[in-house]
Design a protein around this ligand. Structure first.
Ligand SMILES: O=P(O)(O)OC[C@H]1O[C@H](O)[C@H](O)[C@@H](O)[C@@H]1O
Length: 544
C-alpha cells in the first residue's frame, strides 16, 4: 500500500537503494559513458518543449529503477492525484493545494468541499484581462487624466518573486512603453528608489498580499499611499492608482482600496505557488492577457505530463528522485541552478522560495522527526558570470554540488555571436564537470610536475541540462511547473508537508516585540545578553 506517511528509510525501497549505493558510490561518469556510447541519448526525456539530459549523473539504469520503485512505494502518483483533485493534503493548515486548478481550462471540474473552483478561477482571469488591457491601451486613466506609465508591484515572498522573476524572464514580450518595478523589502530604500524618479499621476500600485497582514508589504503600501497623496493631495486619487491582489477582502477594504479594484484568490493557493493566480497581475499587464494564458498553458502541459507519463519518463518526478539520490545517499547539501540566459537571472531566487520554503522541514506529516535529510540549499546565478566567480569550488572544491544548467537555443535578439559563445560555455562546463582532466592528461600538456595536481580536475561532478528552443511565456510556464512538481515529488518521498511554512513565524513574532524597543530607550530589555546589547548599541547609533 503506497504511503507518503511514515519513515521513508524504514521501507524496502530505501533499503534497496542503500545497498545499491554501496557499489554505486564508486561510479565514474567517464566509465559510464565509455561503457554505453548511447548514454547521452538514452538518459534523456522531454516534457512540453523542455529537453532534459540527465545522463551526466552518477547513476545507472538500475539506480533509476530503484528510485522509481521508491516513488511508487511512497505513492507519488496517488499523492499527485490527491493534490490535483482538491484533497486537503496540506494537513497542518487543513487546506487543499490547488495551484494546478489555476491553469485548468474552462470547463474542467476541480472540487473543493463539493464546489467546483474552476469557474471562479476564470472569472478572476477575465477580470484581470479586462484591467490589464485597459492599462496597456491607456484607457485606464490616473487621477489627472493621464495614462499609466509605471506599474509598481508591492509584495514579498510569493507575492513578489514569481512576477518579478517572470517579468525579467519575459522582458522581450513586454509592452516596452510601460515600466515595471517590484518593491518587497521593508528597507525604505526599496520604495524610495522605486518612486524617486517617477510621476505619481502616471503610477499604478498593485498591493499584492495573500493575507494582507504582512508587515513589510503593509508598511510599503502605506508609504506608497502617503507618497501619492503627498503628490496629488486628494484622497480620491487612491482609487485610480491602487489595486489589490489578496484573499483577504476585509483587510483590503480597511486599507482603503475599493474591493471593486481587488483581484481575489483562495486559501488553496500557497504563497510560493501563487504566481499563476491574480498575483501575476503585474506580469499580465506587462505581457498581455494572451501571453499570460500561454504561460498558464505551459504549466498545464507539465501538470498533464506528470499526471499521464510513466514515472521512468516523468521529468519532474525524475528530477526529484535524482535530487533525493544526491541529498540522501551522497549527502549533497546544496543544489545549484545555473541559467545560461540573462533573462532568467531571478529564476534561482524564485526557486529558493519554492524549494527551500516547501521542503526545508525536519518534521514529517505524521508529526515524527525525519530520519533522513530533506531539502537542499538552492542557489545560483546566471552563467557565465558564475564561471568567473564560484565555479572554482564546483570544479575543484571538496563539496559535491549537483547543478541544473538551463540553456535556450534561440535568443530574443541575435547579437553577433553572443548566443553561440554563451551556449558553448554551458556545454563546456557540464563536460568539464563530468569528465574532468586526469593528471596524465595534464602531464601530456607539458605541465611541470609540481603543478600537475593543481591543474587536475577530478570530474565526476553531476549536472542536469535543460534545453528549450526559445524562452517564451509557454516555456517559462513549463519550467516553473517542472520545478513545482519536482519539489512536490521530494516532499512526498520524505513524508513532509511541502505546503506549510511554520519556520517563518518565530522571527515575525520577535520582530514585532523588538520594533518598539528600538525607539524607546526607557523600555527594559529582557532578551539574552547579545540581543540586549545589540539593541542598546543600535539605539545609541540612532542617538536614542
Ligand atoms: O502574500 P503574503 O500573505 O503577504 O505573504 C508573503 C510571504 O510571506 C510569508 O511569511 C510566507 O513565508 C511566504 O510564503 C509568503 O509568500
Amino acid at each position: 500500500m503506497a504511503s507518503a506517511q511514515g519513515d521513508v528509510a524504514a521501507g524496502p525501497a530505501w533499503q534497496r537503494l542503500q545497498q545499491h549505493y554501496e557499489t554505486a558510490r564508486g561510479l565514474q561518469l567517464r566509465e559510464l559513458f565509455d561503457a554505453d556510447p548511447t548514454r547521452g541519448e538514452t538518459f534523456t526525456a522531454t516534457a512540453g518543449e523542455l529537453y532534459v539530459d540527465y545522463s551526466k549523473h552518477r547513476l545507472t539504469a538500475e539506480t533509476l529503477e530503484l528510485l522509481v520503485a521508491l516513488a511508487e512505494e511512497r505513492g507519488v502518483p496517488e499523492q499527485f492525484a490527491a493534490m490535483v483533485t482538491g484533497q486537503k493534503i496540506n494537513t497542518t493548515e487543513g487546506r487543499a493545494v490547488l495551484h494546478t486548478a489555476l491553469r485548468a481550462p474552462r470547463g474542467t471540474v476541480v472540487e473543493v468541499d463539493g464546489v467546483d473552483v474552476v469557474p471562479g478561477v476564470h472569472e478572476v482571469l477575465d477580470k484581470m484581462a479586462g484591467f490589464a488591457d485597459s492599462v496597456r491601451s491607456g484607457e485606464w486613466k490616473g487621477h489627472t487624466g493621464k495614462r499609466i506609465r509605471t506599474v509598481i508591484n508591492i509584495g514579498i515572498g510569493g507575492s513578489d518573486l514569481g512576477p518579478a522573476m517572470a517579468y525579467d524572464a519575459l522582458l522581450p514580450f513586454t509592452q516596452r512603453d510601460l515600466d515595471f518595478r517590484f518593491v518587497s523589502n521593508v528597507d525604505g530604500a526599496d520604495i524610495y528608489e522605486a518612486t524617486r524618479d517617477i510621476e505619481a499621476d502616471e503610477t499604478l500600485f498593485i498591493v499584492s498580499s495573500k493575507t494582507f497582514t504582512t508587515q513589510e508589504t503593509l508598511a510599503n503600501a502605506h508609504t506608497a499611499r502617503d507618497w501619492l497623496l503627498g503628490k496629488l493631495g486628494d484622497e480620491s486619487a487612491v482609487a485610480k492608482h491602487f489595486v489589490a491582489v489578496s484573499t483577504n477582502a476585509s483587510a483590503v477594504g480597511e486599507f482603503g482600496i475599493d474591493t471593486d479594484n481587488m483581484f481575489g484568490f483562495w486559501d488553496w493557493v500557497g504563497g510560493r505557488y501563487s504566481f499563476p493566480s491574480a498575483i501575476g497581475l503585474s506580469l499580465m499587464i506587462a505581457i498581455g492577457p494572451d501571453g499570460f494564458r500561454e504561460l498558464l498553458a505551459g504549466m498545464r502541459e507539465i501538470d498533464e505530463h506528470v499526471r499521464t507519463t510513466p514515472l521512468d519518463r516523468n521529468v519532474p518526478v525524475l528530477l526529484g528522485l535524482i535530487g533525493v539520490w544526491y541529498r540522501d545517499f551522497f549527502g549533497a547539501q546544496a543544489h545549484a541552478v545555473l541559467p545560461y540566459s540573462n533573462y532568467l537571472g531571478k529564476f534561482p531566487a524564485y526557486l529558493q522560495q519554492l524549494d527551500m520554503e516547501s521542503n526545508g522541514k525536519y518534521v514529517r506529516k505524521d508529526g515524527e522527526l525525519v530520519t533522513v535529510d530533506t531539502g537542499p540549499i538552492v542557489w545560483g546565478t546566471p552563467g557565465t558570470n558564475g564561471q568567473h566567480a564560484y565555479y572554482q569550488l564546483i570544479h575543484q572544491g571538496t563539496t559535491m554540488i549537483p547543478a541544473d544548467f538551463i540553456g535556450i537555443a534561440r535568443p530574443a535578439e541575435e547579437i553577433g555571436e553572443h548566443q553561440d559563445l554563451l551556449v558553448a560555455n554551458l556545454f563546456a562546463q557540464t563536460e568539464a564537470l563530468a569528465f574532468g582532466k586526469t593528471p596524465d592528461e595534464v602531464r601530456a600538456e607539458g605541465v611541470a610536475e609540481d603543478l600537475v595536481q593543481h591543474k587536475t580536475f577530478p570530474g565526476n561532478r553531476p549536472t542536469t541540462t535543460i534545453l528549450a528552443a526559445e524562452l517564451t511565456p509557454r516555456v517559462l510556464g513549463q519550467l516553473v511547473a517542472t520545478y513545482e512538481h519536482k519539489v512536490f515529488t521530494q516532499g512526498v518521498i520524505w513524508g513532509i508537508n511541502s505546503f506549510d511554512q511554520w519556520g517563518v513565524e518565530l522571527g515575525k513574532v520577535l520582530a514585532k516585540r523588538i520594533a518598539p524597543e528600538l525607539t524607546e530607550a526607557e523600555v527594559d530589555l529582557a532578551h539574552d545578553s547579545s540581543t540586549n546589547t545589540l539593541i542598546r548599541r543600535y539605539r545609541s547609533m540612532r542617538g536614542r
